[in-house]
Design a protein around this ligand. Sequence first.
Ligand code: SAM
Length: 254
Amino acid sequence: MSTLWNPAAYLAFDDHRARPFHDLLGRVAARSPRRVVDLGCGPGTRTVELGDRWPDATIEAIDSSAEMVAAARARGIDAHRADVADWMPAPDTDVVVTNAVLHWVPEHRELLPRWVAALPAGAELALQVPGNFGAPSHTEVRALLAEPRWAGAIEPRDENTVATPMEYAALLATTGAQVDVWETTYLHRLTGSDAVLDWIGSTALRPVRDALDDSAYAAFTAELAPRLRTAYPARADGSTWFPFRRIFAVARVP
Ligand SMILES: C[S@@+](CC[C@H](N)C(=O)[O-])C[C@H]1O[C@@H](n2cnc3c(N)ncnc32)[C@H](O)[C@@H]1O
């Protein structure tokens, strides 16, 4: 529950971050669900879309961040502060969506089959997680954190943070659910001199930001910036291509 989130910084890349959500929802078939749950609703921008798609459903939204819950409530979402690790579906839950959240929840591999087993017949659980923990945007952070001056600042997350598509399929299928699992690498075209640093500053670097004081964080990002510029070189027109792999799964209870 400790990571601090900045809703405004997160929303700076909203257009890019909306696409995987829409691709995920494109595989959810529910027509008139009774209850739709947004686990880790963030600032509520996507939760609003759930309400637009299913206007007759009860919308349930939780997030562990007080800042994100406040931002969602400001959008008219009846969001509550809670940890998804403590959540279980109410009996009328027909759709569960968790978009870009479970990589923050170490025990999510155990939670998934438990949730599916507790859902009613016909319910759908849809998840999306980043599958880029082996990409330079993460390996460069880990390499820097392993250097003596930063060692011990935080325990960086490794590639085991998320499961493979095959593992998600197996976890969800254990309960007899029908599963639809896929992955996509998006090629985001970013602008700005430190575009990738700006992107990860609002997400992957949050734990580093929390662990360091202002001047130490400024020193850390000053060292990280040239590494990221080398890994993701800017093009002549100033734009930067940022490949971003994401993993998707939809489970439908028979
Ligand atoms: C990258 S944002 C995604 C927000 C939203 N789902 C979206 O697609 O825009 C990740 C969100 O997960 C929330 N989160 C992380 N760990 C959580 C946990 N254990 N329980 C509830 N929410 C959590 C964070 O507070 C943050 O709002």
